[in-house]
Write a new protein. Structure first.
Length: 202
């Protein structure tokens, strides 16, 4: 009779293998940036987009976000033509922005002041860092309709999880894009941001 623990061990080992593989790709992006176009053309980009799906195990999502963050840092230093991040932006943003949204359980734990939960590196925190690095790398190119639409959730007081994610996104846009690009967004949401700061329940 096969132990019920056997499938769990196989899944755990598969997740560990996938996580280590993504770690190797992140190291490769930092150490051998000239090789990245060949890897992306070979299907790695689609693999790394698939790894961002919310149904993936958390270690895989975190490591995939780390790769995109490494790519964003690389792009910010490049001055020799179109950036890899910019070429992938249309495919990346629909996968990355939803990861900014904390679950209601995470928000509830934070509201109760659980320091361990607040200090723990999690998917929304990693996604927020990645968006900030992308903003620095591509500047005004990040201000796309999908981003503008996501920011509109700041005014959606009925969903605290999405409202917090939209505020995180707005903060991530303050470094990188020009004042001309970000200014209208700040003007649009400034009043609601002030209202949230004044609300002790927010």
């Amino acid at each position: 009779m096969v132990s019920s623990e056997f499938p769990n061990r196989v899944i755990e080992q598969a997740v560990q293998l996938a996580t280590v593989s993504l770690e190797c790709l992140s190291a490769l992006a930092c150490q051998c940036p000239a090789q990245m176009p060949a890897y992306l053309a070979g299907g790695v980009e689609q693999l790394l987009l698939t790894a961002l799906r919310p149904t993936m195990p958390t270690p895989i999502i975190l490591q995939a976000i780390e790769w995109w963050s490494a790519m964003a840092e690389l792009e910010a230093r490049r001055h020799d033509g179109p950036t890899l991040t910019l070429a992938s932006l249309d495919a990346l943003l629909p996968a990355l922005l939803p990861l900014l949204v904390r679950s209601r359980e995470q928000l509830a734990e934070m509201a109760w002041g659980e320091e361990q939960q607040q200090d723990e590196w999690n998917v929304p925190m990693a996604a927020g860092t990645a968006v900030g690095l992308l903003a620095e790398a591509v500047g005004d190119e990040l201000i796309r309709p999908l981003v503008v639409s996501f920011l509109d959730q700041i005014n959606n007081g009925g969903d605290a999880c999405r409202q917090e994610a939209a505020l995180m996104l707005l903060g991530s846009l303050l470094d990188g894009p020009s004042a001309e690009a970000v200014g209208p967004l700040l003007t649009r949401h400034f009043g609601q941001c002030l209202a949230l700061l004044a609300d002790p329940q927010a």
